[in-house]
Ligand binder design. Structure first.
Ligand code: NDP
Ligand code: MG
Length: 406
């Protein structure tokens, strides 16, 4: 059998590394031909030595230069071509022949490579939900025009994708996304005002990259997933529901017209949805922990509290607004999460900033890619302007100056 040639973008991250473990599990079926990341050149070098890809890319040009120098020092029999800078990622995807691109870069930075993947006739195994939130209309249209698939890697969307096989599209009433509720599910609004970065980075059920872990604590991750589901499965906003399910065992559900609900369960291990995206419509053996329901004991469900977690309410508003709203929603969040991770703002200020930025935005309908990118940039600028007004940011500035005086 000819092996499927796969490019892994974001290979040094949480999803990227799990993807390479899946590739190890499917050596007879998958050939890794491309690897890309941002700046972790040493990690990318060791992956290059292990997988001997045709091409590698780092979006940080200086890191790419280090990588290239190190690769040439290694005197490999077939050294990979090294691509540099943000455009290098796109060039890697365009120049490397393959069947599937695993999009596992975090943030809107993943969009150009996702577009390049579809444009060059590759399927897109999509973890990078931000690119679909930003440009869902364009990516789904492009996939249709090119006859390619966008295969969900996100566990909830993989669960929906699998559950949808139980009926026809016109028989679907709604999809129900499950949310763990994050580490602050039981905290009061007062308590949430005081939570620390370390607490926010402690996800109760999943181990993930920093950005998505914070998004899970604010429930912004679920908000982005509502928009992701809208595009992946071509649903109306009122067909998408969210239920909090703290154990993260049921990964999501589909309700059909006859009242039946079909769902997918499994241990919280991203290798399962990653492998399914790569082997669909088949299922290959995978040595992950088996789920034993008698050990789980209870499965609990509750409605999300949109008072404490405004993100989900905003997601529906953004879907209703349409146009450039989602681009701004996403980019403002990226700015706010980065500021929170740098200890510049408080946890609750993340969503305050996102909401304010959305309120300031004048929506443009039917946006082109350029318009979406401009809205993304506008959202970043506006969110940054909001953040400088927060008392906690001012406090940091004062603190930093006192540090300088010492
Ligand atoms: P990580 O932070 O662990 O990894 C991010 C990866 O993207 C790294 O390889 C990083 O490279 C690379 N990267 C970041 N910015 C850029 C850039 N500007 N250009 C090129 N590469 C870049 O994130 P995760 O693996 O947790 O998440 C990746 C995506 O998958 C996100 O969109 C997330 O929402 C989604 N996802 C993740 C899940 C999870 O369980 N982790 C579950 C469902 C979805 P470097 O290491 O060099 O910085
Ligand atoms: Mg998810």
């Amino acid at each position: 059998m000819l092996r499927k040639r796969v490019l892994v973008l974001g290979s040094t991250g949480s999803i990227g590394k799990s993807t390479l473990e899946v590739a190890d599990n499917l050596r007879d079926e998958i050939l890794v031909v491309g690897l890309a990341a941002h700046s972790q050149w040493e990690k990318l070098l060791s992956q290059t030595l292990q997988y001997a890809p045709v091409g590698v890319a780092l979006s940080d040009p200086a890191a790419a230069q280090r990588l290239e120098a190190e690769i040439s020092r290694q005197k490999l029999p077939r050294p990979p071509k090294v691509y540099r800078g943000p455009q290098g990622l796109v060039d890697l995807v365009r120049a490397t022949e393959g069947e599937v691109v695993v999009a596992a870069i975090s943030g809107a930075a993943g969009l150009p490579a996702s577009i390049a993947a579809l444009e060059t006739g590759k399927d897109l195994a999509l973890a990078n939900k931000e690119s679909l939130v930003l440009a869902g209309s364009l990516l789904t249209r492009l996939a249709r025009d090119k006859g390619r698939q966008v295969l969900p890697v996100d566990s909830e969307h993989s669960a929906i994708f699998q559950s949808l096989l139980a009926g026809r599209p016109e028989e679907v009433e709604s999809v129900i996304l499950t949310a763990s509720g994050g580490p602050f599910r039981q905290k009061s609004l007062e308590e949430m005002r005081q939570v620390t970065k370390a607490e926010a980075l402690q996800h109760p059920t999943w181990v993930m990259g920093a950005k998505i872990t914070i998004d899970s604590a604010t429930l912004m991750n679920k908000a982005l997933e509502v928009i992701e589901a809208r595009w992946l499965f071509d649903l109306a906003p009122e067909q998408i529901r969210v239920v909090v399910h703290p154990q993260s065992i049921i990964h999501s559900l589909v309700q059909f017209h006859d009242g039946s609900i079909i769902c997918q369960l499994g241990p919280p291990d991203m290798k399962i949805p990653i492998q399914y995206a790569l082997t669909f419509p088949r299922r290959r053996a995978l040595p992950v922990k088996r789920l034993r329901l008698e050990e789980v004991g209870h499965l609990n469900f509750e409605a999300p509290d949109t008072e404490r977690f405004p993100a989900i309410r905003l997601a529906y508003e953004v879907l209703r607004l349409g146009g450039t709203a989602a681009a701004v929603f996403n980019s403002a969040n990226e700015v706010a999460v980065t500021a929170f991770l740098r200890d510049e703002i408080k946890f609750v200020e993340i969503l305050e900033c996102v909401e304010q930025t959305i309120r300031d935005h004048e929506i443009i309908a039917d946006p082109s890619l350029d318009t979406l990118m401009a809205a993304d940039a506008w959202g970043r600028k506006q969110a940054t302007a909001h953040l400088t007004r927060y008392p906690s940011t001012r406090h940091r500035v004062v603190k930093d100056q006192s540090v300088l005086k010492e």
